[in-house]
Design a binder for this molecule. Structure first.
Ligand SMILES: NC(=O)c1ccc[n+]([C@@H]2O[C@H](COP(=O)([O-])OP(=O)(O)OC[C@H]3O[C@@H](n4cnc5c(N)ncnc54)[C@H](OP(=O)(O)O)[C@@H]3O)[C@@H](O)[C@H]2O)c1
Length: 210
């Protein structure tokens, strides 16, 4: 698959590494192309860099690895992502990380879908710490679970397959509305990891019958 990741920070580089290791074609894009080029060089493994507009055009799946507040700028720079699968990994944390800035009646994912109405927005990877990506997708020695929510079933399936190809377990949680539950789950993960000292070698999962 051809994957473009918008962002050049911790999650962008971690996901680029995971997807490139799984033999996908990966492009990094940033508002500052020099940062995207530097990030692509750092990741290596055939990962390339491009402008946001051209990375958006060429990809099967686009990952938004930027802060939630930056999503609108990226959607504008990309020209709207019409028809594209857009993976929202954001957690709309307050600046001091003490809580979520939106929730209950909406979610970051639903707000991004409203802002890019012709895109197929899928929530995924938001409960996975960047350090877990660096660790080959493992938390505490086990494959971490990527929760996948989205209204378009084919898009949801494609993102779940992408995650599994990179070594993660997956659990589809249904429509995009369930991002309202996934974003607080990530906030709890951050509270446990950073606030209560459990560290970053953790990830939420769901015990269930096979
Ligand atoms: N870190 C984690 O463990 C983790 C886990 C799950 C989900 N997430 C989510 O993943 C996203 C990225 O987190 P991160 O830790 O990778 O952050 P990061 O290392 O700070 O990287 C953020 C990236 O977003 C770019 N950016 C910021 N504002 C922008 C704008 N207005 N337009 C275009 N690009 C902009 C930054 O570019 P510049 O360098 O030019 O500022 C940078 O490349 C966040 O939404 C976060 O909630 C993070």
């Amino acid at each position: 698959m051809s994957i473009s990741i918008i962002g050049a920070g911790n999650m962008a580089k971690g996901l680029a590494t995971s997807f490139a290791n799984a033999c996908h074609s990966v492009t990094l894009a940033s508002r500052d192309e020099a940062k995207a080029e530097a990030a692509a060089r750092e990741v290596g493994n055939g990962v390339s860099a491009a402008s946001i507009a051209s990375a958006a055009q060429s990809a099967d799946i686009i990952v938004l690895a930027v802060p939630f507040d930056a999503a609108g700028d990226v959607i504008d720079a990309a020209g709207g992502f019409a028809g594209k699968i857009v993976v929202d990994i954001t957690n709309p944390m307050t600046a001091d990380f003490s809580g979520l800035s939106i929730g209950h009646t909406t979610s970051a994912a639903e707000e991004i879908q409203k802002r890019a109405p012709q895109a197929k927005v899928v929530k995924a990877f938001n409960t996975i710490f960047a350090q877990v990506l660096q660790n080959g997708g493992q938390a505490a020695g086990h494959p971490a679970t990527v929760f996948v929510a989205g209204d378009d079933e084919a898009a949801r399936t494609a993102v779940a397959e992408l995650a599994r190809s990179a070594g993660f377990e997956t659990l589809e949680t249904g429509s995009l509305v369930t991002a309202r539950y996934l974003e607080p789950t990530a906030a709890l993960n951050i509270t446990l990891g950073y606030g209560l000292g459990h560290g970053t070698d953790i990830a939420p999962t769901w015990q269930r019958a096979a």
